[in-house]
Ligand binder design. Structure first.
Ligand SMILES: [Zn+2]
Length: 69
């Protein structure tokens, strides 16, 4: 997911693996947002749970083969 830093305007990407990890942590702690650090200025940008769920949807019984690396 592309995130635009509201502090400096830099576009950076929140990776799916990171979103999955963050989602679990937020749901455990009862938080409603995640502070995504800008890769340029390190400013924290608020990402809502709803946005995170869009990046990291629930696992579905779908067979996909993608190459990574
Ligand atoms: Zn920034």
């Amino acid at each position: 997911m592309q995130i635009r830093c509201y502090h400096c305007g830099m576009n950076f990407t929140l990776r799916k693996e990171e979103a999955l990890f963050v989602l679990e942590a937020l749901e455990e702690s009862g938080s409603t947002h995640y502070d995504a650090r800008c890769t340029r200025c390190r400013h924290a940008n608020r990402i809502s749970l709803e946005q995170l769920r869009r990046i990291a949807p629930s696992p579905q019984p779908e067979d996909q083969s993608e190459e990574e690396g």
